[in-house]
Design a binder for this molecule. Structure first.
Ligand code: SF4
Ligand code: SF4
Length: 280
């Protein structure tokens, strides 16, 4: 049977919050019996955009990570619910029953992704429904996907084996340490922009007073004397090694030009860093 899933491209999200707002528009002040109670205007973000700044001056970037309910296939919230108050539909969607879940505040903590919000006024745990009330009427995608101007959000309705092929082919990943056990149906492209680190810098010749960018220098990244990666500096002399695990130890950078090879920097990597200008 075909099931629904999200594919979210972190590199394409610009934090415009259209997805967040369209979710509010669809759910605030609207009861969808059997699917969800009204979402409060404030205090809940069923589509929550997390932010991560990386790097140090002058090499800095920012990534935005849209986080809805992941509609997990082994959802801890289903396990934690009493009276089958949370259940998975055959099409993959996880629903919190707005009547049965009343009073079950512990469900908020049961979600390892922080996707469940507590509505104090009506004593109800609430979350993203994938707009199941619209899909059941024939809509092809939820409101958030429809409103995303950059194509950062994609919605799939495919069999599990086709999904697996797409995940492998496009190198998609799930977010968070709990993903291996919970098995989310939300997959990310370019997740390294949020979860990994970079070492960046520039290659120049001359000195501070009279310098020139060095284009095409071979920049090597080594760890324990082992070459991990190499790249050529670009038109501005810049280089950037990305997808490095945070707090992953000591690295060194060597630069090879027509003048020879030079060990240019040693780095103890904690978080993303710019090593500044490396002179050759
Ligand atoms: S993301 Fe959280 S609320 Fe959504 S299905 Fe998974 S465990 Fe449940
Ligand atoms: S609508 Fe698209 S680009 Fe805008 S915040 Fe949401 S996911 Fe990002």
């Amino acid at each position: 049977m075909k099931k629904f899933s999200f594919i979210i491209d972190v590199a394409m999200c610009e934090n415009c919050n259209n997805c967040f707002l369209s979710c509010k528009d669809e759910h605030c002040g609207n009861e969808w019996p059997g699917y969800s109670a009204s979402q409060p205007l404030h205090g809940q973000r069923w589509m929550n955009i997390a932010r991560k700044e990386r790097g140090t001056f002058p090499e800095i970037d920012v990534a935005y990570l849209p986080k809805p309910c992941m509609h997990c296939d082994d959802a801890p919230c289903i396990e934690a619910a009493q009276d089958n108050a949370v259940y998975k539909r055959e099409d993959g969607i996880v629903v919190i029953d707005p009547l049965k879940a009343r009073g079950q505040k512990k469900l908020v903590k049961s979600c390892p992704f922080g996707a469940i919000w507590w509505n104090e006024e009506v004593q109800l745990p609430q979350k993203c429904t994938f707009c199941a009330h619209l899909l059941d009427k024939g809509w092809k995608q939820p409101r958030c996907v429809q409103s995303c101007p950059t194509g950062a959000l994609a919605f799939l309705h495919v069999e599990d084996d086709e999904l697996e092929t797409i995940v492998q082919k496009e190198n998609l990943e799930c977010f968070g340490t709990s993903s291996s056990s919970a098995r989310p149906r939300c997959f990310y492209k370019n997740l390294h922009r949020y979860t990994k680190c970079f070492i960046a810098g520039s290659v120049a010749s001359g000195n501070e007073g009279e310098s020139e960018c060095v284009e095409g220098a071979i920049v090597k990244l080594l760890q324990g004397g082992v070459l991990l990666s190499e790249q050529k500096s670009d038109d501005f002399g810049d280089f950037k090694f990305d997808r490095l695990p945070p707090k992953s130890g000591n690295y060194s950078i060597e630069i090879e030009t027509t003048e020879g090879t030079k060990r240019a920097a040693n780095i103890q990597l904690e978080e993303s860093v710019s090593v500044g200008t490396l002179w050759v």
